[in-house]
Design a protein around this ligand. Structure first.
Ligand SMILES: C[S@@+](CC[C@H](N)C(=O)[O-])C[C@H]1O[C@@H](n2cnc3c(N)ncnc32)[C@H](O)[C@@H]1O
Length: 236
């Protein structure tokens, strides 16, 4: 029997076409790109977009880990590289849009003395993440349902805020960060990530939130960025 290779397609002229089997379908990428740009430019638009995003990820939760390989070396590599460059030694870390919790649990391994929180819009994602924690009497690692645009924590709650493949709500990130805190954002498929925010939009949203870009890079298929609160933000 002839072996089929799922990464090869045939075009209309019967020529083989290379295809990255890990790339989400085009319609998902386009929809994701529209969401990230809209919320970066017009944060109020999130109220209209949120119900659709929430429903999508509730139904995606069941197969998320197997479909995206969210716990794999390749998926987490850009986050690992960025964490190696942050200056803060965090006591409290937040993962926004934690999904099934793979990056959150990686943060827990990287910072074994820190309290780690994961928050996600999707109840189904949070249920799956919570099941992975196991015995944790001190509740060092925990997950809750919540919205990155209105985080359920007071000001100055975290030294490090992280997000992997999630739209940006930087005013909220700036609000919950402590002085000297850092923000890491990752797109595991670079510009092909549905929820990737292009550089120009990222920089504009950072500046509106009183944050400054600190470093960025590319590794494997992914990109990572680090930002900090500017002194002005805290003194105002
Ligand atoms: C592409 S998935 C990434 C999940 C996880 N970070 C990972 O890399 O496996 C995006 C996640 O962000 C969540 N999300 C999207 N917008 C959010 C928001 N405003 N607040 C909290 N979670 C959000 C979705 O429910 C979904 O679980």
């Amino acid at each position: 029997m002839e072996e089929t290779d799922s990464s090869r397609w045939i075009d209309c002229n019967d020529r083989p076409v290379d295809r990255d089997p890990n790339l989400p379908p085009l319609r998902i990428r386009l929809a994701g790109h529209a969401v990230t740009r809209l919320v970066a430019a017009f944060p109020w638009s999130w109220a209209l977009l949120r119900p659709g995003v929430e429903a999508f990820f509730d139904s995606a939760a069941t197969s998320w880990d197997s479909r995206t390989a969210a716990g794999s070396y390749e998926y987490l590599e850009p986050l690992a590289v960025a964490l190696g460059k942050v200056e803060v030694r965090p006591e409290r870390v937040l993962d926004i849009g934690c999904g099934t919790g793979e990056a959150t649990l990686f943060l827990a391994r990287e910072f074994p003395m820190a309290g780690i929180r994961g928050v996600d819009l999707s109840e189904e994602m949070v249920r799956r993440a919570t099941r992975k924690v196991g015995l944790d009497p001190s509740a060092r690692v925990s997950f809750r349902v919540g919205d990155g645009s209105d985080l359920p924590w007071p000001e100055n709650s975290f030294d490090l805020v992280v997000q992997v493949n999630v739209p940006l709500f930087l005013r909220e990130v700036a609000r919950v960060l402590r002085e000297g805190g850092e923000f890491v954002s990752v797109s595991t498929l670079g510009a092909d990530t549905p929820f990737d925010t292009p550089e120009r939009w990222y920089k504009r949203a950072l500046s509106r939130a009183g944050m400054l870009p600190a470093a960025s890079g590319r590794v494997g298929t992914g990109t990572w960025r680090i930002a900090r609160l500017s002194g002005d933000e805290r003194s105002s």
